[in-house]
Design a binder for this molecule. Structure first.
Ligand SMILES: [Ca+2]
Ligand SMILES: [Ca+2]
Length: 502
């Protein structure tokens, strides 16, 4: 710690967090004495002189990104721009049916010039019955008509690439919709598809074990047609794929290739820790051993020893990474992978998604720790959350920061309007890639919803995610310039003063 006098005020300076990952390799280590000597004797320095000068400073939180990039051995597009998350239902409605769509996104690409953002992640727009708003996929190779057509998608991607923008898509491997043709073929035991999902013997009244869904209640549903139960770690309309079946792994890789061939720049891998389950199907241990087993109905009632982070999971992800690397060999076309996994108390599980020094996996796993900032609103709180990531991140890896997304309350609502700017500033100045959720750049707030749309909210109204999914506020015109008609979720009443145009 050191004391510095700024404008006559005494300020305690805390030393930044350093991560050994940023230390230069031994052979590149700059001999400072030698450098000094060279300087004083006016010896002509190598072309890397500027880099070397920077290397005398150790990286610290808040260091300018362009300086920080010099510490990374591979500065790429996903390191030099923030990632902006678009929830497509709520970004811009081009045909005035009240729901956002792909053409709408294309109309608004200039917004990213203004923000100087180059990487856009768009939440799912696959063909879907929308039981979980697109996370239940009926066809992995089709666009849902609500969002447009494949042509609209290709036009959007071309327009983005013309502007130097990169498109990151959601990839949802754990499950399909129960309307997906694979599930229909599996239900009637069509030979190739029989084991595409996880089926177990049971009766309509007794599931095979005590496993519970993330959305509540048993994760097993009895299927009349097949006379067995199928597993669903999320909604019953989202049957889990059987990743122990090589045919399923082939199918998913082919889908990934389909989108990479179209020119997609990266994937956000959804809910990866749920991909595999223990084959023995034993009961999971209860958090409270005295709880009557029939009362176990929430994910927080069990330790998920057999339904998350199973052996083999990382092999699947590494295999996908190899495939994406194959596509990354095109010049200037690096394909990016980020994984989503909430492993709160087990940060070492999260860090495993970085892969090892020799075997690559995701470019980074989402860092969700700052989502807790509103509960720990203090310098110490922020410091400890930041520190947690920086001290656990493996050597040579790249950090990232998330303060909100489609599953979490907006900053202005959780932390308070007064903190919106400072939290955004923190997000944008920490070392690594920030991810920002649409509307956070103008300080949008959660909206009051009387008629719940979110399926999770229908199970537990307190957990509804509708409030943070309201339409983007573009201007002070009716429906905030998002649409010209009644919108799928109400627009926040503050839109006349909180909008992009103001
Ligand atoms: Ca629309
Ligand atoms: Ca699974």
């Amino acid at each position: 710690m050191s004391k510095e006098i700024l404008n006559g005020t005494s300020v305690e300076m805390k030393e930044g967090v350093s991560n050994e990952g940023f230390q230069v390799d031994d052979e590149e280590t700059v001999d400072e004495d030698k450098l000094q000597g060279e300087r004083s004797s006016s010896v002509v320095l190598s072309p890397n002189e500027e880099d070397s000068a920077y290397r005398q400073i150790k990286p610290y939180a808040g260091m300018p990104k362009e300086v920080l990039l010099l510490y990374s051995n591979q500065a790429r597009w996903w390191q030099s721009s923030a990632v902006y998350q678009i929830y497509p239902r709520s970004f811009k409605d081009s045909d005035n049916d009240g729901v956002g769509d792909l053409k709408g996104i294309k109309e608004k690409l200039d917004h990213f010039d203004y923000l100087n953002i180059k990487a856009i992640w768009i939440s799912p727009f696959y063909k879907s019955p929308m039981k979980d708003f697109g996370y239940d996929i009926e066809d992995f190779r089709e666009i849902d008509p609500l969002f447009g057509t494949m042509k609209d998608f290709e036009d959007l991607l071309n327009a983005m690439h013309d502007k130097g923008l990169k498109l990151i898509m959601d990839f949802i491997p754990n499950h399909t919709s129960d309307k997906h043709k694979w599930f229909l073929l599996s239900q009637n035991r069509t030979s190739r598809y029989e084991d595409y999902y996880i089926w177990a013997n049971c009766t309509p009244f007794a599931p095979p074990n005590n496993w519970v869904s993330v959305f509540g209640n048993s994760s097993w549903t009895y299927d009349e047609a097949r006379g067995q139960c199928y597993l669903h770690q999320f909604l019953k309309e989202q049957p889990d794929l059987n990743f122990r079946n090589p045919l399923v792994r082939q199918e998913m890789k082919a889908i990934m290739q389909f989108w990479l061939d179209k020119g997609v720049d990266g994937f956000r891998m959804d809910a990866v820790k749920h991909m595999l389950e223990a084959a023995h199907l034993r009961n999971e241990p209860q958090v409270d051993p005295d709880m009557p087993p029939e009362d176990v109905n929430s994910e927080f009632d069990l330790y998920h020893d057999y339904t998350t982070s199973q052996l083999g999971l990382h092999d699947i992800l590494r295999n996908w990474r190899v495939e994406m690397d194959r596509y990354s060999r095109e010049p200037g076309r690096y394909r990016f992978m980020v994984t989503e996994s909430y492993d709160y108390e087990e940060i070492e599980k999260t860090m495993m998604y970085y892969g090892t020094e020799t075997v690559k996996e995701s470019d980074f796993p989402f860092n969700f720790y700052l989502i807790d900032l509103p509960q720990q609103l203090s310098g110490e709180g922020a410091f400890s959350l930041v520190n947690r990531w920086m001290t656990n991140m493996p050597k040579g890896k790249w950090a990232n920061w998330v303060v909100g997304n489609h599953d979490k309350p907006r900053i202005a609502s959780s932390a308070g309007r007064a903190y919106t700017r400072v939290i955004n500033m923190l997000l944008l100045t920490l070392p690594g890639t920030p991810t920002t959720y649409y509307g956070e750049e103008i300080g949008m707030e959660n909206v009051n919803v009387t008629e719940i749309q979110d399926p999770f909210g229908k199970f537990n109204p307190n957990a509804s995610r509708d409030p943070q999914r309201s339409p983007m506020q573009w201007n002070a015109e009716p429906y905030a310039g998002f649409s010209r008609n009644e919108t799928w979720l109400p627009i926040h009443p503050d839109y006349a003063t909180v909008n992009v145009e103001v």
